[in-house]
Design a protein around this ligand. Structure first.
Ligand SMILES: N[C@@H](CCC(=O)N[C@@H](CS)C(=O)NCC(=O)O)C(=O)O
Length: 271
């Protein structure tokens, strides 16, 4: 009890981080031991963020759980991801990164799993069957949806040469992966059944960019993905997550400097 009072004195009942009031974690109300754990651990969470699909998933999870966090902008079009202090957190030099005390986690799907396990929220039931399904879909999004959408965008929008083979390869593979998600959502409300879980948040990140990744007719191709996207996007937490982009003046131009920074391995080909 004394610990709790001391923490309250230090942080206030609702701590103001980044100019905004954060609500206490709802799942822990009425759970005094949990309160102490939350005050001691989650107040120190930092999300290294850029307004793009992978960081968006993490923002959604933090907003859904009401977890207090500090938002740290990383302007990838200006090269912030290559600063030594950021590379020390993520040797892959990409957003998002989450730090929680002395824990540092990179890669969006790893972060989602970390947060779900930490908070005990948005996980399926703890049976081998349900856990196996959850891990399979999490990895499917991480290794299929993310990379194929990323490359589809790259070759159709950013590559200086329009290479039909590469454009077709990645567009068709991105579509094939989304077709698998669409078929799954045709039979269930959420990715794992009746409950909204971390997998839905992971899918949501890239679903918000489907028009950009595979074209304006995507909704006709994947109506169940569209229904899922619309439902999640209407949630207040999703709206707060999307609004985070307005807190900082991120560079929006995709000019030659941004191209050189984001695709350094190709810079000598277009110089
Ligand atoms: N596998 C990583 C991919 C992260 C990623 O590609 N992040 C993009 C934003 S969505 C980024 O930071 N790009 C900057 C760059 O490539 O230099 C994850 O899921 O977190």
């Amino acid at each position: 009890m004394r610990d709790r009072r001391a923490l309250r004195r230090r942080h206030g009942r609702q701590r103001i981080l980044d100019g905004r009031k954060h609500r206490p974690l709802p799942m822990l109300l009425g759970e005094p031991a949990g309160w102490r754990r939350v005050w001691e651990t989650t107040l120190v969470i930092k999300l290294y963020y850029h307004p793009s699909p992978n960081p968006a998933k993490i923002a959604l999870f933090l907003e859904e759980t009401g977890t207090p966090y500090e938002l740290v902008p990383v302007d990838t079009r200006k090269g912030d991801q290559f600063k030594p202090e950021f590379v020390a957190l993520n040797p892959n030099a990409k957003t998002p990164v989450l730090t929680d005390g002395d824990a540092t986690i990179f890669d969006s799907n790893a972060i989602l799993l970390y947060l779900a396990e930490k908070t005990g929220q948005f996980l399926p039931e703890n049976t081998p069957k349900a856990r196996g399904e959850m891990l399979s879909w999490l990895m499917f999004v991480a290794t299929g949806i993310g990379p194929y959408c990323g490359q589809a965008v790259h070759f159709s929008r950013f590559a200086p040469e329009k290479l039909p083979y590469a454009i077709n390869r990645y567009a068709r593979e991105a579509e094939r992966h989304w077709g698998i998600i669409d078929a799954r959502l045709a039979k269930r409300r959420y990715m794992l059944g009746d409950a909204y879980t971390l997998i839905d948040m992971s899918v949501w990140g890239w679903a918000t960019r489907l028009a950009f990744a595979i074209g304006d007719d995507w909704a006709a191709m994947f109506p169940h993905v569209k229904r899922h996207l619309d439902e999640i996007s209407a949630r207040p937490a999703a709206q707060r997550a999307v609004a985070l982009k307005d807190r900082f003046a991120f560079k929006t131009e995709f000019d030659d400097e941004a191209r050189r920074i984001l695709f350094p391995q190709n810079a000598h080909l277009v110089a």
